[in-house]
Design a protein around this ligand. Sequence first.
Ligand SMILES: O=c1ccn([C@@H]2O[C@H](COP(=O)(O)OP(=O)(O)O[C@H]3O[C@H](CO)[C@@H](O)[C@H](O)[C@H]3O)[C@@H](O)[C@H]2O)c(=O)[nH]1
Ligand SMILES: [Mn+2]
Length: 743
Amino acid sequence: MSSMEEETLPLSIIHVNKSIVFTNRFHILIHSIAICFLFYYRLCFFFQDSKTRETPLLPYLLVFSSEIFLSFLWILDQAYFWNPIKRTVFPERLPENDKLPHIDVFICTTDPTKEPTLDVMNTVLSAMAMDYPPEKLHVYVSDDGGSSITLNGMKEAWKFAKWWIPFCTRYRILCRCPEAYFSDSENDSDDLTENVEFVADKRIIKEKYEAFKEGIIRVKEDQDHFGDTASITSQNHPSIVEVIQENSSGEIEQVKLPLLVYVSREKRPSHPHHFKAGALNALYRVSAVISNSPYTLVLDCDMFCSEPASARQAMCFHLDPKISTSLAFVQFPQKFHNISKNDIYDSQHRSAYKVLWQGMDGLDGPLLSGTGFYMKRESLYRNYKIKDTDFELQEYVGTSNEFIKSLKQNSTPNIVDVGSALPIEETLILASCNYENGTKWGIEVGFLYGTVCEDVHTGIMLNCNGWNSVYCDPPKPQFLGNSTTNLNDLLIQGTRWSSGLLESGLIKICPLLKCPLRMSLLYRFCLTYITIFPLYCLPLWFLAIVPQICLLAGVPLYPKVSEPFFYIFAFIYVSAQTKHLFEVLSTGGTLRTWIIEQRMWMIRSIACHLYGFLEFLMKQFGLREASFMPTNKVKDEEQTMLYQMDKFDFRTSNMFLVPMVSLLTINIFCFIGGIYRVLFVGELDKMFIHLFLMAYIIVVNYPIIEGLVIRKDKGRISPSVIVTSNVLATIITCVFYPLLRKV
Ligand SMILES: O=c1ccn([C@@H]2O[C@H](COP(=O)(O)OP(=O)(O)O[C@H]3O[C@H](CO)[C@@H](O)[C@H](O)[C@H]3O)[C@@H](O)[C@H]2O)c(=O)[nH]1
Ligand SMILES: [Mn+2]
């Protein structure tokens, strides 16, 4: 191939699956027609003579408004299906190593008890071992816990890296996270397992790893032994920045390792620290005066690089002149290593990473997903270029001259060598509490504050400023994380997400109304949907109570089976279900996935999205402050076992369980009452849709019934919850029954 041809070969290409696009659009067309008929049917009600109406106004209005709201969300959701795309990258066509740009890797951790240090160090090691020139890779760890355990862990990790990285490069090991590598013997190709030298080397490295692991565990135990001061110091300590380097121990000197820096920003109880966004901004400043790489990779400490290729893959976009000018970040999907076969809680978020993000990629780009993205540093500095004087710049980004100098370097990195003098004094100031006072950090510059979904919020603001993003989902997952695999963590996380998202969607960004006009309508639909979807809780609560109680009272809300409009309702149901099934099957799911997703949609909406919504309201009225409770990453044997056995673990707070169980109880009792009615009054024709709706809810939520009446193990629903839920269900029924019948 001539060099001319080589130059013109693209670094990435886009695929559009025409038949999927056609099916999607066709479905949108017919489903919308059916929805129009439904609205026509509902509106006709208001033109009937109010004396001959069989249905009172209140329940009718409640159900109709739920349908209107569901249809609104449905319309927004269709934007994702309009133009989904996939991309393939060709890293082999990238320029030579010496022409590749520098990358800073940021890893955030916050609590050595909830986030085991060994796992964090595995993330660090896997990032250090990426397939990228080591002198161009700089790894920064932000420790919000300010813990000596983490700092010590990094020193140990550095020593182990001197063995680990050469081993990986020498044998071209694909899995560069040591824990994952050693726990799966399938990782080595047959060629390797027959290579005597390799087998011997592997044994040595494994011994080194075991020693490293023990060292880390020992330090933690010693610390626990001497009493727990960690939670006090984590909220109150000065900034600490330390470059990890080893005074020559003489073992293997010549190995070149990426720079590794420990950063713990200053924390004072009186000072808001803005959670992960605050941590990332401190890292952006500290790294700017050390390495100042033009690109940064952000990783959560519960996610490691499972393959070493992501940096080069991301560069296929960042270095492509046709794409790069307006490209802010390349997002990789979050994939997880701890998901069971049937994934009963939909912990993998299939819909987001396999459908929605692809759909957004065909428009202006996927959402920023918190971890696994390669961000162009410059894009986060926003409008610094239009600041004329140093004074203006200081008001914008703070007073550090070193930092301002880094801005003026125009994305040229600093060449740092291990051992060379680094401006540590300056970094301590940059990581201090007061540095951001009076500046635009968190307001315009860096990751934005005031929300617990800093990722989504910052990403959307970048889009509003004219940047876009790209979704890179190669066949082999490049990052693997830990997902929440028990109901309790999942609902807590869901509550946090929904309150954060609603705040962006309804107040701070409000994509439909406030995003700039140049942004396409379809993309605004996507942004609106993703930020307000927790509001599904409202129609779902109504539809779980109103038709049920109306059935008991003999008040029909839907057309009779013998009426032609019955077929409209039936069609909408079947069409929605078929569409979902098609989508699940075409993205590698099973029939089971299809049911599980609907169940989790109901459970999430009824429990955590409602609380997220309430938390959002309370925050608006100043009754509550945002809080980011990190998810628990310590494995609990018993929980894991239940999860692996596909059994729900109902050991979660009553706050979540009681609404779920109460609504299900209402459904079951109304269903029984309804059957009785049909048998003795004979209103099957009139009440069929009611009965069907309840049967659907009950069947989908079967595991809750199992937890209520069949199971005897620890993960079942406790009798106290059952009693409370029955009381609540009775109250709801007693309040609504007369209302819905008469008003
Ligand atoms: O004050 C804090 C709180 C959290 N973190 C770090 O933030 C990361 C994410 O926290 P985690 O507890 O794992 O929350 P998840 O719900 O799993 O995180 C998801 O949701 C977050 C937004 O709510 C995003 O920031 C994450 O990237 C995304 O994976 C972890 O590395 C934490 O150590 C901090 O550094 N400081
Ligand atoms: Mn996490």
